[in-house]
Write a protein that binds this ligand. Structure first.
Ligand SMILES: [Zn+2]
Length: 391
């Protein structure tokens, strides 16, 4: 993953519409025999690129065009979409300098769940300079990763709603004015300063929302979903679901979805950040945990498509065997002198060959053929085109 930021600035790489534009080169004959009613199920299309040629096997009648590069270009950029993705877990952001805390780095508390605004800004600059670009968690869960060629996805999450969205007042035009040191205040600043960062984040809230008063919070949430942010479910009362009965889980999850649906109908994400990361396992011995994923609360039916742990490390790519949408791992946004899964430790590991690097096309999955030599590491393609190259 060498010198990413040096040699892969936008516009410096050459986009190359390569030989395999399917409609043109591979499948005219098949196309003529295809009608909408007779689409085959689950076509898997593997394109292997070599030094000078592109070969496609297992064709599909879909007409699709996609960009490929030479094996050398994939190698030079380190393209690998089976590698891992950082999903950051933050809590409260306090308007403080690091020198004002008595804990390590930018930690505001002993365990580093809360962070200074100085450290959070430094995190965002550092991720940007390392070639990360933000994307929505909900797209990630859907296997849709839209990041430019040579760049890596970065996903931000905030739990509990406290000190994340601090309202200072309302402007004459009806837009909210935020404390510039809270999470969204800083994100809005980065949105203006770094237009190609694709600033976005998902906020997981409880019944108390963002603690600006219910009426203000309802207006803020509408503004948030219209301005590139997502809001998800963190249970009604921040309950440890691992200790709850099925009925209690249905209340905790269903109440919160129902409330979100009243405030921002159809615009929240059906994702749960599990309070305390509990339960950690959801085996068949615990059928009550199914209520996290489907249930009914006071006549309101809900489903959940993914849940997040309160964990320590990078997430698997959604395309690989070990990815579990019910146990998505996150990196805790804290400092510990580069040890024990702090931010520095995690990004060092990512940059040391573990990092998802995009080929720029959300509808393809590109990686070195040797990374799937077992044949079963690539597990879910979401209908995407698969492209392999020799490392
Ligand atoms: Zn929480």
């Amino acid at each position: 993953m060498e010198n990413l930021s040096d040699n892969l600035l936008p516009g410096q790489y050459i986009k190359k519409l390569a030989a395999c534009v399917l409609a043109a080169s591979c499948s005219a004959a098949i196309l003529s025999g295809c009608s909408k009613d007779e689409e085959p199920t689950d076509p898997v299309l593997v394109t292997t690129v070599t030094e000078s040629t592109t070969q496609t096997t297992e064709t599909t009648p879909e007409t699709s065009a996609f960009v490929t590069y030479t094996a050398q270009e994939y190698r030079d950029a380190g393209i690998n979409e089976l590698n891992s993705v950082p999903v950051l877990m933050y809590h409260r952001i306090y308007g403080m300098k690091n020198s004002e805390t008595s804990y390590t780095g930018g930690n505001v508390d002993k365990d580093g769940y809360n962070r200074t605004s100085e450290a959070f800004e430094a995190d965002l600059r550092s991720f940007y300079e390392q070639g990360y670009r933000m994307m929505r968690l909900t797209d990630f869960v859907d296997g849709y990763i839209d990041v430019p060629f040579g760049y890596s996805p970065l996903i931000l999450t905030f739990d509990d709603g406290i000190r994340d969205v601090v309202l200072e007042g309302w402007n004459d035009d009806g837009t909210p004015r935020f404390d510039p040191t809270c999470a969204i205040g800083i994100l809005e600043k980065f949105k203006a300063e770094y237009p190609d960062y694709n600033v976005t984040a998902t906020f997981f809230v409880n019944d108390t929302l963002f603690e600006n008063g219910e009426e203000n919070d309802r207006k803020i949430m509408k503004w948030m979903v219209d301005n590139g942010y997502d809001i998800g479910n963190h249970t009604r009362d921040h309950k440890k679901l691992g200790g709850c009965t099925a009925d209690e889980i249905e209340t905790q999850i269903g109440y919160m979805y129902k409330k979100l649906d009243q405030i921002i109908p159809g615009q929240y994400v059906n994702i749960v950040a599990l309070p305390f990361g509990s339960p950690e396992t959801m085996g068949p011995e615990h059928p009550e945990y199914e209520k996290i994923f489907a249930g009914t609360y006071e006549g309101f039916e809900y489903t959940t498509k993914a849940s997040l742990l309160c964990a320590w490390t990078r997430s698997y790519s959604p395309f690989v065997r070990d990815f579990e949408n019910r146990r998505i791992r996150r990196i805790r946004g804290y400092d510990n002198n580069g040890e024990y899964w702090d931010i520095e430790d995690n990004f060092k590991q990512l940059n040391d060959g573990k990092r998802y690097i995009s080929d720029g096309d959300p509808n393809t999955i590109a990686f070195p053929a040797s990374d799937n030599s077992s044949g079963d590491w690539l597990k879910t393609t979401y209908g995407h085109q698969v492209i392999t190259y020799d490392k």
